[in-house]
Design a protein around this ligand. Structure first.
Ligand code: C2E
Ligand code: MG
Ligand code: MG
Ligand code: MG
Length: 281
């Protein structure tokens, strides 16, 4: 039997309710107040220019710190936030906060730094999404080229014409658009590439094949050729070993990201550059 007191004193108790359903209920009721209770934080993970070794941009990664609880991973709460529609105000907070943070970095000695923000298909489907992006840039006093949006293929092909229209508007604004987690889904390539992406982010599972498969290097080379012929910048995600870094650099990938190069952290630059732990507040 499950019987637990939640932080706002409500007793969520339904006889026979599964543990899973109960956890789900706690999650959604907690998420509702999370914005007003200031329980979200952004952590930032660097993307390195592989040719120069410089930090080119930082990816904003959302963390939820519910009062009195442990940090909750976005993989757990984003699906709930999407199902309830809460992802729309949460996503706006992410855009505003990441842009404001970038403006601070740019003023403190990193004038060319950029930021990338993950966007849910639920946000993209909102007609006012482009205005939300414009407003985040305006509030922070940034030009649009400072911002890159990361989208996964999930949910993008359902209403292709509508998504194409949003892409057109975003590109007219001047933000860049990255296809995130490429190679991890069930790509309908012919339709996917009817969308004008600027950047292709190869999923870390593809990078991991370098340790497992003889042919992986040739395959990653073929993907680099494929991306170049479409004028896409290529980003390798999930670089964890020096061997992987060496290969993607040799193959001419533009940017690299992964624990080897820097973990997501609340602060950037990290107070101690050697301290590569995930730093919580
Ligand atoms: P993602 O956008 O593909 O982000 C990369 C994820 O891989 C992050 O997990 C990051 O911490 C992790 N990662 C980075 N380098 C390595 C590595 O070398 N090895 C391994 N094993 N993992 C690495 P995280 O922060 O838990 O985020 C998970 C996903 O949640 C993100 O995947 C993204 O899809 C989603 N997400 C995060 N923040 C937001 C947000 O603000 N809005 C939306 N809509 N989704 C978000
Ligand atoms: Mg991402
Ligand atoms: Mg990814
Ligand atoms: Mg992912």
């Amino acid at each position: 039997q499950i019987k637990r007191e939640s932080k706002n004193g409500w007793r969520h108790y339904v006889p026979g309710m599964s543990q899973e359903a109960h956890a789900h209920l706690l999650l959604t009721s907690g998420l509702k107040g999370a914005l007003s209770h200031d329980e979200f934080r952004l952590h930032y993970q660097p993307q390195i220019d592989l040719a120069s070794g410089e930090v080119r941009c930082l990816e904003a990664l959302l963390r939820w710190f519910p009062a009195g609880g442990e940090v909750v991973s976005p993989e757990r709460f984003i699906p709930e936030a999407e199902a309830s529609g809460l992802i729309v105000p949460i996503g706006q907070w992410v855009l505003d906060t990441a842009c404001a943070q970038l403006a601070v970095w740019r003023k403190s000695g990193f004038p060319n730094l950029r930021v990338t923000v993950n966007v849910s298909p639920v946000q993209l489907a909102r007609p006012e999404f482009v205005e939300t992006v414009q407003s985040a840039l305006n509030l922070a006093g940034l030009e649009a080229s400072a911002l890159e949006l990361e989208l996964t293929e999930r949910g993008m092909l359902a209403d292709l014409p509508a998504v194409q229209e949003q892409f057109r508007a975003l590109r007219a604004l001047g933000v860049q658009i990255a296809l995130d987690d490429f190679g991890a889904g069930e790509s309908n390539l012919g339709r996917l590439f009817q969308l004008p992406f600027d950047v292709l982010k190869l999923d870390r599972k593809l990078i991991a094949t370098l340790d497992e498969q003889q042919e992986a290097r040739r395959f990653l080379h073929a993907l680099q050729v494929f991306a170049s012929s479409l004028d896409l910048e290529v980003v390798a995600e999930g670089i964890e070993t020096p061997g992987q870094l060496e290969v993607v650099r040799e193959l001419g990938y533009h940017r690299g990201q992964g624990y080897l190069l820097g973990r997501p952290a609340a602060r950037w630059p990290p107070p101690d550059a050697d301290q590569r732990q995930e730093v919580d507040h």
